[in-house]
Write a protein that binds this ligand. Structure first.
Ligand SMILES: Nc1ncnc2c1ncn2[C@@H]1O[C@H](COP(=O)(O)OP(=O)(O)OP(=O)(O)O)[C@@H](O)[C@H]1O
Ligand SMILES: [Mg+2]
Length: 392
């Protein structure tokens, strides 16, 4: 099942068509097709593809708008039709909707309004199983300060920057969320706005609360006041994730370190993978073993739980084999120690994968996202090569 929406754009007014071709490139999770005049009116024979959305303008040269809408809906009954017009008269808008348009966008096209309209369609198609749900990845650590936030933020950024995919990052470190610091975002809204208005949760409300970051990430900040975190319960997380999975290709959750609560349990249940981040120190490994056991007791299968070792140094006090003996499955991924680069990225509020593509950590994260998407040429690779370039 496809993850991308097929969006056919048939704009003929010169004041719309040209500026919009730039905006169309920025749309996430959408495969755009540029249709020439009348392709939509001629139907599937001319179109070759049945799109999920067709967008037309009301250019007078193309004939009566309402007749065109009816004819397009006749040819593409399953497709959602967007109409762009400079006519704000409400009788005109109602007539367009009655003829079969689902969305009426007033010129000039607002990127936010269009993204909302597209996401409404995406959510509807996901509801009826016509479009694939996104995947959810949790990052959690058994001991504070081992790097799960750094990894979650950079993973989200690498996913958002690398492809035309829609990526959400949710800060679930409710008491001390610092993902916003790593993104240099001063949050105005937070997950608390949703939990206190949970009955209003829909596509545009979620978008309104989230913040767009220059990497392309849509970010949902942790509560602005730690005491507000008590308002958030497992069911809120469940509702947010159910909706987010319909709108985003990847949903990254930066979970609180050290303790598991109803919210993180819900997050783990909804996750395709739970990455447990640790370093090679004895206390961290011991806590990781305990946390993995606890997560399994909660009913999360071993298959979903993956151990990631951060700040890995070859030839450290403990060998990887010694560390691995403690776990129920092999370590999934190793991340090199890259302290200077990471500190400079944190201080500048720019994820390292954006600040410095060549940094050892950045190169590693780009391979990491390929691994969990099944895109590595050598799926046995674990992030760091051993002697003579062999897999460790
Ligand atoms: N690969 C790495 N190499 C070197 N230093 C790192 C690496 N990853 C993280 N760090 C350092 O670890 C520090 C803590 O990272 P981070 O805030 O991501 O940890 P955390 O597990 O999320 O902790 P918290 O308990 O606060 O949630 C960072 O400030 C950074 O200095
Ligand atoms: Mg953290």
């Amino acid at each position: 099942m496809s993850k991308e929406l097929i969006f056919a754009i048939q704009l003929t007014k010169p004041n719309l068509a040209k500026p919009f071709s730039g905006s169309a490139k920025k749309l996430k999770g959408v495969n755009t097709l540029q249709w020439r005049e009348n392709t939509a009116e001629m139907g599937p024979v001319a179109a070759e593809t049945i799109p999920d959305i067709i967008m037309i303008d009301d250019s007078p040269e193309n004939g009566d708008l309402f007749t065109r809408i009816k004819s397009i809906k006749g040819h593409f009954p399953q497709t959602t039709l967007f109409v762009v017009s400079d006519n704000k008269d409400h009788h005109f808008i109602i007539a367009a909707m009655k003829a079969g348009a689902s969305e009426f966008l007033v010129e000039p096209i607002s990127e936010d309004a269009l993204q909302n309209a597209i996401d409404e369609v995406r959510a509807k198609l996901a509801n009826v199983g016509r479009i694939a749900h996104g995947r959810v990845y949790s990052f959690v650590s058994a001991k504070g300060g081992v790097g799960s936030t750094v990894l979650a933020v950079n993973t989200a950024a690498a996913l958002a920057m690398g492809q035309k995919t829609a990526v959400a990052l949710i800060d679930m470190s409710f008491q001390s969320g610092d993902a916003s610091v790593l993104l240099d975002i001063v949050p105005q809204n937070s997950i608390t706005d949703i939990s206190t208005n949970i009955n209003r949760l829909d596509v545009s409300f979620l978008h309104g609360v989230m913040t767009s970051h220059s990497t392309g990430i849509n970010f949902l900040p942790a509560p602005l006041n730690p005491e507000d975190s008590e308002e958030i319960i497992g069911e809120h997380i469940s509702s947010i994730l159910n909706l987010a999975k319909k709108l985003y290709d990847h949903v990254i959750l930066d979970c609180a370190s050290m303790h598991v609560n109803n919210c993180s349990i819900e997050a783990f249940k909804k996750s395709d993978k739970v990455f447990v981040v640790t370093d090679m120190s004895v206390p961290s490994i011991r806590n990781t073993v305990r946390l993995c056991k606890l997560i399994r007791k909660l009913g999360i299968s071993l298959e979903k739980i993956e151990i990631v070792i951060n700040r890995f140094i070859k030839g450290g006090a403990l060998s990887l084999a010694e560390v691995e003996k403690n776990f129920d499955k092999p370590v999934y991924w190793l991340i090199p120690n890259d302290f200077a680069d990471i500190v400079s990225s944190i201080n500048r509020g720019i994820p390292l994968v954006k600040l410095s593509h060549g940094a050892p950590f950045s190169k590693n994260v780009v391979e990491f996202i390929k691994k969990f998407q099944g895109l590595l040429d050598d799926q046995n690779f674990r992030g760091v090569k051993g002697t003579f370039g062999k897999n460790i």
